[in-house]
Design a protein around this ligand. Structure first.
Ligand SMILES: O=C(O)C(=O)C[C@]1(C(=O)O)C=C[C@@H](O)C=C1
Length: 260
């Protein structure tokens, strides 16, 4: 889909196509992450193992903030599919602003679940994919870089929930308006849920993770670089539920933007 062409954005099959493409990026990032151990020191605030001058936070916080500061200056966070983890470090770009058409309700920047994504990534996802526990001091930088790419790819996927939600709202304004007016969270959740689509995603992920993680010429001897079940579990337990959370949060406020 093309953000400069709103009609392409409100098309659920276009959106789902993009979500499928993102699976590839996320799986490859998780495969990269599985090459390193858990590496607890890089997530620990003011770790004794990694002393960072004049900084209050973890090594990952430090590196990620440098990234977001740089990337914001080339307009990363102007794009409606990009949400910063550290909004306080985002800078204005020297490039001219891109005039995106209005694609989402006016408050959309306030829907940001990156805090929660960071928490489950460090505490739940990494233990599922990392090769073992402990630190590997020589790879602090490489691991934190992979973490940044993985977190960004997962965050983009989850915040895409707002496009899904907007497409669903526009396809049936009456039904969603009634649910939103009643603050019927369970009703909204039931209506945005499509179990067949979810099951398909999980099946496809299993096959993709097996294929992408294995040497295609090794036959049955090949061992997968990432446990396919771990990738499926990460989607089932966090990626899809957080996407749905974003959809519901976005929809609950949808009537605030009356003219849209
Ligand atoms: O494709 C949709 O309709 C979505 O809402 C996205 C998504 C997902 O996260 O992949 C979430 C909820 C649905 O049950 C199916 C899939």
């Amino acid at each position: 889909m093309n953000f400069l062409k709103p009609e392409s954005v409100y098309n659920l099959s276009n959106i789902r196509e993009d979500l499928i493409r993102m699976e590839d990026t996320i799986i490859f990032n998780l495969i990269e992450r599985s090459d390193f151990p858990c590496m607890p020191s890089i997530y620990e605030k003011n770790s004794a193992q990694i002393k960072i001058p004049d900084f209050d936070g973890s090594f990952l916080d430090w590196l990620f903030q440098q990234h977001e500061t740089v990337e914001s200056q080339v307009r990363r966070y102007q794009s409606p599919d990009q949400y910063p983890f550290y909004p306080q470090v985002v800078k204005k770009s020297f490039l001219p602003a891109i005039e995106y058409p209005k694609l989402l309700a006016e408050y959309f920047r306030e829907v940001n679940v990156n805090g929660e994504i960071m928490d489950v990534y460090i505490n739940k996802m990494i233990p599922r994919v990392a090769k073992d526990v402990g630190d590997e001091c020589e790879n602090f930088g490489s691991t934190a870089l992979v973490d940044i790419f993985t977190l960004q790819s997962i965050s983009r996927r989850i915040h895409f929930g707002m496009f899904v939600a907007e497409a669903k709202f526009q396809a049936d304004r009456e039904k969603y308006t009634a649910l939103i007016e009643r603050r019927d969270v369970d009703g909204i959740m039931a209506n945005i849920t499509n179990s067949a689509v979810e099951e398909n995603i999980l099946k496809r992920l299993m096959e993709k993770a097996k294929a992408y993680g294995t040497d295609p010429t090794a036959g049955n001897q090949g061992t997968s670089k990432v446990h396919p079940e771990a990738v499926v579990g990460i989607y089932k337990d966090w990626v899809i539920p957080l996407t749905k959370k974003v959809e519901v949060e976005y929809l609950l406020r949808r009537l605030e933007d009356k003219d849209f």
